[in-house]
Design a binder for this molecule. Structure first.
Ligand code: 16G
Ligand code: ZN
Length: 531
C-alpha cells in the first residue's frame, strides 16, 4: 500500500538509534531531546491511528514539563481531552522501541489488533513548549501524521492544558468552547470577571499577584491573556523566559521540592505569589511571613480551598450534589484529616499520576483532585452541570440560591476540566479568595501541615518494590512493610511509605510526623530499610 511506502521512506529520515529502549511512563516519553526524533515521528503515526480508531481528533503535546531544558518528551491526548487510554500506552512503547526494519510490522500489528479502517479520515492537533528542541521535534510529529495521510493542525506554542482543551472543544463540536487560543482566553476571562465583578471593595492589593513563569510557556501565555482580564487581576511576572533558563532555580517543582522562593522573585511580606511548571499544568502558591519565613500552599491547600468554597455554594444553592476530594499518598495527613473530619467531604486516595486521580474524580457529581505537587482540577458530572445551570436560570428561586447557582455556573466555566491547568487554577484560586474575602495567610491557616520529608534512594532494581493500597503499603520485598511499620511506631502522628518512581530510576521515600526532626529521622530510617 502506498501509505506504508510513505511511512517507510519518511521513517528513514527519523531513524531510531539501534538498541535504544524507552518507556511510555506516567506522563509519556521523557528523556534527553537528542534521543527523541524517531519517537516523535512514531507518535505522529500512532496518534493518526488513534484518531482513525476513535473517529475523533487526537492531541500530541511536545513537552518535558518540569525537566531540565535539555530534555523533551511527548504525550498523547484522547478525544475528551484526557490522557490516552492505558492499552495505547503499551502500543506507544512498542512502536517507539521497534528497530527500523520492524517498524511497519509493529504498525500493522496495532492496525490489526484494533481493527482500524485505514480509509477512515484522521485529525491530529499538535502543540509544543518553549524548549529549543521543541521546534524540530514537533515537526517530526507532523511528519508522522502526514506519512499516514492524517490531517494536522499545528497550534505551535501552547501550554499542555491548552492543547487538551482544544482537543476537547473540537470533539464536542464547540459545546466546551471554541478550539482556539483566543477562545480559551475569552471563556476563562469572562468567567473570572463574572465571578469577581460583584465582590465589594476589592483593593489593588487584593488584585495583585506575583507570578513565576518558570521561564516557560506559561509565562508567554499568561501575558497574552492579561488584556482579557481587564485589570481585574494585576500580575507581576517573573522568570518570563527573556533571560533565564527553563525551570532553572524556578518553577512549581523547584519551589515545592526546595520549599523556597524561586530565583528572581522579589516578594514582600504577605504578598501572594505563585509558580507554574515548565508546561503550565501545575501551580503552587506561597508567601513570605512576617519573620521572613517561607510558607508554601501546595496542591493539598488548593484542594481544600476549592472544595470548601464549592461545598459552601452547594449548601447556599440547596443543591444535593456529592462532592469528593481525590488525593495521593503524598497528601499531607493534616489535609486529609481536615477534609474528612471538619469539612466532612469524601476523600479518596489513588496511585500517583494524573490519570489515576482524574479517573477516580469522575465517579462523583463534583470531584476535586490535586496532587500535593500542584497538579489538579475539578470535574463536574454532566448531571451536576445541568442541575447548576437549571437553577441559575430559574427566575422563581430566591436570591441567595440563585446567586450561589450563578457563582457555581461561572466557576464551572472557569475550570479546565480536561487536565490540571496552572492558568485556570490560578484564576479560580484568585476568584475564591476574592469572593470569600480571604488573605493568603487566612487560607494558609485553614489547617497546619504536618512536617514532612521526601528522600530518593538509588537501588539496583527499583522494580522489586511492589505496592498496594494506592501505594501506601508495600507487598514486596518480603519484610519491608513490617520494617516500615516498626519505625513509624516510634514517632507521633507519623506515617511513611515508599514507592518506585515512575519517572526516575529511584525509589521515593515519604515520611511525616509531629516535628521536622522526627519526620527527617523517620525518612532516613525508612530509606535505610529500603537498601
Ligand atoms: C508525572 C505525573 C505527575 C506525578 C509524577 C510522579 C502526569 C501528567 N504527571 O510527572 O502527576 O506526580 O509523574 O513522578 O501524570 P514519580 O513517579 O517520579 O514520583
Ligand atoms: Zn507539567
Amino acid at each position: 500500500m502506498a501509505q506504508f511506502e510513505e511511512v517507510s521512506q519518511k521513517s528513514a529520515v527519523h531513524p531510531k538509534p539501534v538498541g535504544l529502549v524507552l518507556q511510555y511512563g506516567t506522563a509519556g516519553f521523557r528523556t534527553n531531546s537528542k534521543q527523541l526524533d524517531h519517537v516523535m515521528f512514531r507518535m505522529g503515526l500512532l496518534a493518526t491511528l488513534r484518531s482513525k480508531k476513535t473517529k475523533a481528533t487526537i492531541g500530541v503535546m511536545v513537552t518535558a514539563s518540569h525537566n531540565p531544558e535539555e530534555d523533551n518528551g511527548v504525550k498523547l491526548v484522547d478525544p475528551m481531552g484526557e490522557m490516552v487510554t492505558p492499552a495505547w500506552e503499551v502500543y506507544a512503547t512498542q512502536l517507539a522501541n521497534a528497530e527500523q526494519e520492524e517498524l511497519l510490522t509493529a504498525l500493522k500489528d496495532v492496525i490489526e489488533r484494533e481493527a482500524i479502517s485505514m480509509a477512515q479520515e484522521a485529525s491530529v492537533f499538535v502543540g509544543k513548549d518553549t524548549r529549543p528542541s521543541s521546534d524540530s521535534l514537533s515537526q517530526a510529529v507532523l511528519d508522522g501524521v502526514h506519512a499516514l495521510g492524517g490531517h494536522s493542525k499545528d497550534y505551535g506554542l501552547v501550554t499542555t492544558p491548552q492543547l487538551h482543551y482544544m482537543v476537547c472543544c473540537q470533539n464536542t463540536q464547540g459545546r466546551y468552547g471554541e478550539a482556539t487560543v483566543k477562545g480559551y482566553y475569552r471563556k476563562l476571562s469572562q468567567a473570572f470577571i463574572q465571578l469577581t465583578k460583584n465582590v465589594p471593595n476589592r483593593t489593588d492589593d487584593q488584585k495583585a499577584l506575583l507570578v513565576d513563569g518558570a521561564n516557560g510557556i506559561g509565562a508567554l501565555k499568561v501575558c497574552e491573556m492579561e488584556t482579557y482580564l481587564k485589570n481585574e487581576l494585576q500580575l507581576s511576572l517573573f522568570n518570563d523566559g527573556s533571560s533565564g533558563k527553563l525551570n532553572h532555580l524556578c518553577g512549581a517543582d523547584y519551589v515545592k521540592v526546595q520549599q523556597r522562593a524561586p530565583k528572581g522573585v522579589e516578594m514582600t511580606a504577605g504578598e501572594r505569589c505563585c509558580s507554574y511548571d515548565g508546561d503550565a499544568d501545575r501551580i503552587v502558591y506561597y508567601y513570605s511571613g512576617s519573620a521572613g519565613r517561607f510558607h508554601l500552599l501546595d496542591g493539598d491547600k488548593i484542594a481544600t480551598l476549592i472544595s470548601t468554597y464549592l461545598k459552601e455554594l452547594l449548601t447556599q444553592a440547596g443543591l444535593d450534589l456529592q462532592i469528593a476530594v481525590v488525593q495521593t499518598a503524598y497528601a499531607n495527613g493534616s489535609s486529609t484529616q481536615y477534609l474528612e473530619d471538619t469539612m466532612k467531604v469524601i476523600v479518596r486516595c489513588t496511585k500517583t499520576g494524573v490519570k489515576h486521580l482524574h479517573h477516580a474524580a469522575q465517579e462523583f457529581d463534583i470531584g476535586v483532585y490535586f496532587e500535593a505537587n500542584g497538579h489538579g482540577t475539578v470535574l463536574f458530572s454532566k448531571a451536576a452541570e445541568e442541575k447548576i445551570q437549571k437553577l441559575a436560570q430559574d427566575s422563581n428561586t430566591n436570591d441567595e440560591r440563585r446567586r450561589a447557582a450563578l457563582l457555581l455556573q461561572n466557576t464551572v466555566n472557569l475550570i479546565n476540566q480536561t487536565v490540571g491547568d496552572a492558568i485556570s487554577d490560578m484564576l479560580l484560586i484568585e476568584a475564591v479568595l476574592a469572593i470569600r474575602g480571604m488573605t493568603v495567610q487566612q487560607w494558609d491557616a485553614i489547617y497546619t501541615d504536618l512536617p514532612n520529608r521526601q528522600l530518593k534512594v538509588k537501588v539496583a532494581d527499583r522494580r522489586v518494590i511492589d505496592t498496594t493500597d494506592a501505594e501506601r503499603r508495600t507487598v514486596s520485598p518480603a519484610g519491608l512493610q513490617e520494617a516500615i511499620d516498626s519505625r513509624v511506631k516510634k514517632y507521633r502522628r507519623a506515617r511513611s511509605f515508599v514507592r518506585p518512581s515512575g519517572t526516575e530510576d529511584v525509589v521515593r521515600v515519604y515520611a511525616e510526623a509531629d516535628t521536622q526532626e522526627s519526620a527527617d529521622a523517620l525518612a532516613h530510617e525508612v530509606s535505610l530499610a529500603v537498601y
